[in-house]
Design a protein around this ligand. Sequence first.
Ligand code: SAH
Length: 341
Amino acid sequence: MTDIRTLTYEELEQFLFSIQEKKFRAKQIWTWLWQRGVGSFEEMTDLSLALRSKLAEHFAFARTVIEQEVQSRDKTAKFALKLHDGLLIEGVLIPAGDRVTACVSSQVGCPLHCAFCATGTMGFTRNLHYAEIVDEYVLMNVRAKELYGNNITNIVFMGMGEPLLNFANVMTAIDKLTDPKGFGLSPTRITLSTAGVIKGIKALADRNFPCGLAISLHSADPAVREILMPVTEHNTLHDLQAALLYYHQKTGQRITFEYVLLSKVNDSLQAAEKLARYCRPFPVKINIIEYNETEDGIYHRSYPNQREEFIQYLKDHNMVVNVRQSKGQDIAAACGQLVKR
Ligand code: SAH
C-alpha cells in the first residue's frame, strides 16, 4: 500500500475526486500531514469517520516511532528511531540556552567510510524518504517541548549519512520544514553538512540554497584527506575549492568548515597554514571540533597545547574560529558515535 505522505497535492485531490469527496478535503489532509505532523488517520479529527476509514483502506501511514531514548548529564538526548521497515536511525537533541538544536540523519548508515567516523563502519543500507526526515523533526520536537519546555529552534544534518547523496529527499524535507504553510522554520536555522560531494554543492548553488552549508574538511592536505575521507578521491580538494567558490558567488554565503582535530594527523602548524591558504578564495568560518574517540579507533584527540597553537595560528591570520565542545559523550551521542551502542 502507498504511504499517504508520498502523494503530491494533486494526486491527493485526484484521489478525493475519485471517491466523490470534495477537493478542499485535500487541504485539510495536507495540513494534518505537513503542518501538524500527525502519525495516523484517527488524529485527523475534522474529517468524517467515513472518510478517515476510506483513507486507511487505501493508504498506509508508514510512521516512524521512538524506539529508545537516552539522556546525557549535559541534557543532550539521543534517540533511536525505528522506521516502518524496522531499520534504526539516530537523532540527537542538544539544548543550549534558548536554543534547541536537532541533529538529524539523512540515510540509514553511510557509504562514505570516513576513517574516524563510527557511522562509516556500519556501511550503507538505504536513503531516508523525505517523510522519514520530517518524522525525525516531528518526533523530537514533541520531546524537546517536554524535556526543555522549548520547540526545536535549529536543525543540523549531521546525523547518520551524507545528505548530498540523498539530494532529492533532503531538499523536499527542507521544503516541508521551511514552508510557511508547513512547519515554518526559518531556512537560516537549518544547516546541511557534507563531506564534500561536489556535484551536490553545485546543485545547491544553482538552486540558491537558502540554508547554511557546512563542509567537513578535516584536512587541506590532499594526501591526508584522502586517508581520512576516501570521498576525496573523486571529489578532490582542488575541485571542492572551485565548487565552493562557485557556491559563494551564486549565494553570497559564507562557507563553514568543520575541522576535527586529530592528534599528529591534522593538527600541526603546517596543517593550519595549509588550511588558511585553502580558505583564501571565500569568506569562511572554521568550527574546530573536539574529536570523540571511538572505541576501536586509531585516532585520538589533539593535546590541549597543540590545539591552542593550531587555533591561535588561524586567529592570527584573521580567520573566524569557533571551538565546539563535545556534548553527550556519556551516552555516545557525540558526532560519529551514533552506532556505538
Ligand atoms: N556526512 C555529513 C554529515 C554527517 S557527519 C558530513 O560529513 O558532514 C557530521 C560531522 O561529524 C562531520 O563533520 C563529521 O566529520 C563529524 N564526525 C564524525 N565522526 C566524528 C567523531 N568521532 N568526532 C567528532 N566529529 C566527528
